[in-house]
Design a protein around this ligand. Structure first.
Ligand SMILES: [Zn+2]
Length: 69
């Protein structure tokens, strides 16, 4: 079960999301129009919400809503 966290603010056009499944860190466009899957394991790591994305992994860069791992 994955929790998607809606990102409210980004510092850049991209955010880096760490996949919870395999640990891959992937750069994702902050305003996506379709789901983004991990390049390594295929898990969904971000989905569109109508504005900024919602991330299923930990933000490791680019976002202001970063939380400690
Ligand atoms: Zn992965």
């Amino acid at each position: 079960m994955k929790d998607f966290v809606k990102i409210r603010h980004v510092n850049d056009h991209f955010v880096k999301i760490k996949c919870r499944n395999c640990g891959n860190e992937q750069l994702v466009f902050a305003r996506i129009s379709s789901q983004v899957t991990c390049n390594i394991c295929g898990s969904t790591i971000a989905k569109p919400t109508g504005g900024l994305l919602a991330a299923a992994g930990d933000l490791v860069g680019g976002g202001k809503d970063e939380k400690p791992a």
